[in-house]
Design a protein around this ligand. Structure first.
Ligand code: PLP
Length: 425
């Protein structure tokens, strides 16, 4: 399998090269040259086995192909159960059983397993830069922690992530360091982009990134949707809480290669770029507004180019799907109401999906739906607990992370200071 740019201006490359590069040289995103079709995997297999079956054609011809089994075993070491909710006709696909209790663990662990296998033993360490507003940095830090030949610098906006998120980000040590940046998330991204586009710095310190456009994060996310769809017994209709469209595009790719997935609806927060587009307006990316579902605070979804590429043009794309906006008041209402009525406690992101399901029912839709639960509510206790009136039990892996003493170094929004810090590491 070769990978081409969504913008059509870059030479096709193999999988390892596409993963190493992140962005294509013409500024586009890498997509498969042609979408493969796979035979239906066994229904009763393990998640890692389904993943291997689905991903095989994407690895064909690449040096990593013979490592695929081992890579899947490492990335899919935790389950993604699909369970019935006590809400009529709804299932929850729980993607939060990994080390940092959000779905990003799957992609981050898969990417890490790929990257360590493409490093030569005698090469200088590769430094992965990750700007984060919370969840991504923790997943990437946890995935690379303790691996040989790689290290991670996490940049997060000081005082703009929740105390529990800050604790997680600073809890790693060893080859993973946290920098609390005196600025916004955009400032963190600017520092990362500045470093990545500085050839002199790159010559001294080999750098890479681990953002959500990486194929190494996107491809594995197809697997849990496919695995769940096999269990559903009929084409599985899915509601995906959406920000950068990484999870949603992976779900559509899984359908494209032949897994029994039916309709896919995007649940968005108050950031209305996608809902407006699907509502018939021109695609208009913009600055993000802050919401309770902060991992979905995206005004310019980075995987939109992949979505458009999949459908060919915007008209076909618009006709093919739908996206719904859920504001903070509705998020609060869902969390409060379900904790009281059926005992289900949702994270704010998952709550947007539940709300979209309720809207479908109100509109007369009687079909079964599966809602992707993207994070454990214990990660967002400051939002959830005041609404439910009780404490959320913290999953063991998250608890282990929170029992370590956090440490983050201060950093100013100054590319030269950041470069000096990287050279001194
Ligand atoms: C990242 C994230 C999302 C959004 O996923 P995308 O792939 O960016 O669309 C939703 N919920 C949670 C908890 C997340 O961490």
């Amino acid at each position: 399998m070769r990978y081409v740019s969504t913008r059509g201006g870059a030479a096709p490359v193999g999988l390892s090269a596409a993963i190493a590069a992140g962005l294509a040289p013409d500024g586009g995103l890498y997509v498969p040259e042609a979408m493969p079709r796979v035979s239906r995997p066994a229904r009763d297999g393990y998640l890692a086995g389904t993943a291997m079956h689905m991903l095989e054609p994407f690895f064909a011809g690449d040096a990593l192909a013979e490592e695929l089994g081992a890579i899947c075993a490492e990335a899919f070491a935790h389950p993604a159960p699909r369970r019935e909710l006590r809400i009529d006709g709804a299932h929850l696909l729980e993607l939060f059983h990994g080390p940092t209790a959000a779905f990003k663990d799957f992609g981050a662990r898969f990417l890490a397993a790929c990257i360590v296998r493409t490093r030569r033993h005698d090469a200088p360490p590769l430094t992965i830069l990750v700007a984060t507003s919370g969840d991504t940095g923790a997943a990437v830090g946890a995935a690379f922690h303790g691996l040989p030949g790689v290290r991670v610098a996490i940049l997060y906006p000081d005082n703009r992530v929740s105390p529990r998120q800050a604790h997680q980000l600073g809890s790693f040590g060893d080859n993973v360091r946290a920098l609390r940046v005196e600025g916004t998330f955009d400032d963190c991204q600017r520092l990362v982009k500045g470093a990545l586009s500085d050839p002199a710095l790159q010559a001294d310190v080999p750098l890479s990134s681990a953002n959500s456009i990486s194929l190494g994060r996107l491809l594995p996310q197809m697997a849990y949707f496919g695995h769940a769809a096999l269990q559903a017994g009929e084409p599985m209709n899915v509601i995906v809480p959406t920000g950068n469209l990484g999870n949603a595009v992976a779900c559509l790719w899984a359908r494209e290669i032949g897994l029994p997935i039916g309709e896919v609806v995007f649940a968005c927060n108050a950031n209305g770029t996608l809902p407006e587009f699907y509502g018939g307006m021109p695609y208009r990316p913009r600055d993000a507004v802050p919401t309770l579902a902060n991992a979905m605070d995206v005004g310019s979804p980075s995987n939109f180019e992949r979505l458009r590429h999949l459908f060919g043009d915007e008209t076909t794309l618009r006709a093919s799907g739908r996206a719904e906006s859920v504001d903070d008041a509705a998020i609060r209402d869902v969390i409060r109401r379900h904790a009281a009525s059926d005992g289900e406690v949702f994270c704010p992101h998952t709550a947007t999906g539940i709300r979209v399901f309720e809207k479908l029912r109100l509109a007369g839709d009687r079909r079964p739906w599966t809602i992707a639960a993207t994070a454990h509510p214990a990660k967002f206790e400051a939002v959830v607990e005041p609404l439910t009136g009780r404490t959320v039990d913290v999953p063991e892996a998250l608890q282990a992370m929170l029992s370590r003493e956090p440490y983050a170094e201060p950093m100013t929004v100054d590319t030269r200071a950041f470069g000096a810090w990287l050279r001194a590491w």
